[in-house]
Write a protein that binds this ligand. Structure first.
Ligand code: SAM
Length: 249
């Protein structure tokens, strides 16, 4: 799939700014960590299962998933080399069961039904073709497999900065040094998101859109909840088995 100029610019930004600063800022926020833990819980990956982390960024989701279930076989893909380098460092102790690749989530180089679990968190906001991406994510998920995918809701602009700041400021019972350090990280996180306000706005989905789009791709038992950090929709569900039965693998 040929990359547009817009996508090249986005990749340059992710390589040069976003991913190098991510672990020192956004990833240190308690709310981010809580969300990562919730994603792993919703994915409910069992022993030895094959998991795709699509757009895994600097690899925090790898760490969270392995903390819950160490025996997973995880494939992580991202469009940013800077992200993959950091994710690789975090998975060095599990190199034999982790494979990381530079890949576009809109055109996945995996066979149909390759994974029992698919996680794609805060990535649809950045792709040019979200419908195509969803098709790819469901294609590589095995029937009966579980997915967790977040969708832009359009409320990130209004709530995100305020949410981050209030979270950074409110730290009752903590020393001034800790509060200042949290504030600095919060401001840094805010700054790295600023260039994103210049991009074309991603498609905004309602919870009903999410359920209907996923349903048209063979998803069942889809539940939608609100993301505590970006205020996006987090959808979790199962890819229908042949014959219309569900039941997670
Ligand atoms: C907000 S970060 C989320 C990272 C990770 N999921 C997390 O929660 O920490 C978005 C990631 O999506 C990646 N990304 C953006 N467009 C992509 C694409 N078309 N294919 C693969 N990865 C992409 C970026 O490089 C970035 O690492």
């Amino acid at each position: 799939m040929a990359m547009s100029l817009r996508q090249r610019l986005a990749r340059a930004y992710f390589n040069a700014v976003y991913n190098p600063l991510y672990d020192a800022s956004t990833a240190r926020l308690a709310r981010y960590r809580e969300t990562q833990a919730r994603l792993a819980e919703r994915l409910a990956a069992g022993p030895g299962q094959r998991v795709l982390c699509a757009g895994l960024g600097t690899g925090n989701e790898l760490v969270q998933l392995r903390a819950r279930e160490p025996s997973l076989r995880i494939a992580g893909i991202d469009l940013s080399r800077a992200a993959l380098a950091r994710a690789r460092d975090k998975s060095s102790a599990n190199a034999s069961t982790t494979s990381l690749a530079l890949m576009d989530v809109q055109s996945l180089g995996f066979r149909d039904s390759s994974f029992e679990r698919v996680l794609c968190y805060h990535v649809l906001d950045f792709v040019e073709e979200p419908s195509r991406t969803l098709g790819e994510l469901l294609r590589v998920l095995a029937p009966g497999g579980r997915f967790v995918i977040s969708f832009p809701s359009g409320s990130e602009d209004a709530g995100f900065g305020a949410g981050l700041l209030s979270h950074g400021f409110i730290a009752p019972g903590q020393s001034l040094r800790v509060r200042l350090s949290r504030l600095a990280r919060t401001m840094l996180a805010g700054c790295i998101y600023l260039p994103l306000t210049l991009r074309r706005r991603p498609i905004a989905y309602s919870a009903e859109d999410v359920i209907s789009q996923l349903g048209s791709l063979g998803a069942v038992e889809t539940a939608v909840e609100t993301d505590g950090i970006y205020r996006d929709h987090i959808a979790s569900g199962i890819r229908e088995r042949k014959g219309g039965t569900s039941g997670a693998a």
